[in-house]
Design a protein around this ligand. Structure first.
Ligand code: ADP
Ligand code: MG
Length: 361
């Protein structure tokens, strides 16, 4: 078999897998791919869709007097992953940086823009958000095929080579030193939300949209035709997907992101090994938090901040949130909910097994 047909086979297999995942996603969401178009008011129609991109289920509700843009939006998200963010896709810029073995790589303005924001957040969070943890993440393989507690020596040697100070950005030139590996997974879905928001700003016929990537990154654009606020359900970290502990309202132009210890994890000896890692120890963060939700005016930052705030814990996260003009809800194992001042008026509790606490201490 020559290389091309081998590639084609791989491509076909991948497409089949994606197709399977999309069908599964549709079943999970209980949604139909046939877009529901209901006439609302003069000529604004509602289009809902379920798709699969960025390794997750995408749910879209679009209000427009023009055509349905949901298929185009799915393609845009997949393209962003392939071109910039994927660590497995050979053509992606992240892949190229990781293969460069310390050599300087020229990247697009787009990726340079993401890296600039990510590096600033890494610095501002004291390294709690660390975009160079690729190898440590792969070693644990949480959510992958072989999740396991790694050998301490192996973990230590990878940690020595990891750290955002190894990632150097000068204009469009990127140098990744040592054995660190770039992984923007903690901000990827937020980046997807940013791209869609930018696209919508040029679509004059669009009245509003809510886009939800895997339940953890949400974008709200414009308004609903009836002008009621956008509402996002907050998951109960200790219940199956349908268990909600509250609702958060969003304004058009805002992004929401949740990081939780329930998204990807495995249990061993009664311990929950989840996917949010402390860059200092290389271990899952066990600080009593079960989820952190952040609202701000940029998707990448909302996503990156929710990860960083999970690592930092509620008290230490407050100055960071203030700096980014962001609001947050922290949920802990004891069923307490801590809200920043700006979150209080947006949060509606739906479960009496949880308690909203007045202060952070
Ligand atoms: P999700 O991807 O479920 O929305 P997050 O945005 O919190 O969740 O991202 C978690 C992912 O980010 C992990 O699966 C891992 O790939 C990566 N990651 C884990 N810990 C960190 C960290 N401290 N800094 C940056 N990335 C991290
Ligand atoms: Mg995140």
């Amino acid at each position: 078999m020559n290389r091309n047909s081998d590639l084609n086979n791989k491509e076909r297999k991948k497409k089949r897998n994606i197709h399977k995942k999309v069908m599964a996603a549709a079943a999970v969401a209980g949604a139909s791919f046939i877009l529901a178009a209901a006439v609302l008011g003069a000529e604004t129609e509602q289009y809902t869709g379920t798709d699969f991109a960025m390794d997750t289920v995408v749910s879209e509700t679009l209000y427009t007097s023009g055509k349905d843009l949901n298929p185009e939006i799915g393609d845009m998200l997949r393209e962003t992953e392939e071109k910039y963010l994927s660590w497995t896709e050979k053509g992606s810029e992240t892949y190229k940086i990781n293969q460069a073995k310390g050599k300087t790589v020229q990247v697009s303005d787009t990726l340079a823009g993401y890296l600039e924001k990510a590096l600033k957040l890494a610095e501002d969070s004291g390294g709690a958000f660390d975009p160079t943890m690729g190898k440590v993440i792969r070693l644990w393989d949480i959510g992958g095929e072989n999740p396991h507690v790694p050998d301490q020596k192996e973990l230590d040697s990878l940690l020595e080579e990891t750290g955002y100070e190894n990632l150097i950005l000068e204009g469009n030139e990127v140098t990744l030193k040592g054995g660190a590996a770039l992984d923007l997974g903690a901000a990827g879905k937020g980046i997807g939300c940013d791209i869609v928001m930018d696209f919508l700003k040029d679509q004059k016929e669009v009245c509003g949209m809510i886009l939800n990537l895997g339940g953890s990154s949400v974008m709200a654009y414009g308004e609903k035709p009836d002008q009621t606020p956008w509402r996002v359900a907050l998951r109960d970290p200790r219940e199956e997907e349908s268990g909600y502990l509250g609702v958060i309202t969003l304004k058009g132009g805002e992004f929401l992101s949740t990081s939780g210890d329930y998204e990807k994890y495995f249990m061993e000896d009664g311990k929950r090994y989840h996917h949010i890692l402390d860059p200092e120890t290389g271990y899952p963060v066990w600080n009593g938090l079960t989820s952190v939700t952040v609202i701000c005016e940029n998707g990448l930052l909302a996503d990156g901040l929710s990860t960083a705030c999970f690592v930092l814990g509620a008290e230490d996260a407050l100055p960071l949130l203030e700096k980014y003009n962001a609001e947050a809800a922290f949920v802990d194992e004891e069923h307490n909910i801590y809200l920043t001042d700006g979150m209080k008026s947006r949060f509606e509790l739906m479960k009496n097994t949880y308690t909203i606490r007045d202060s952070f201490d």
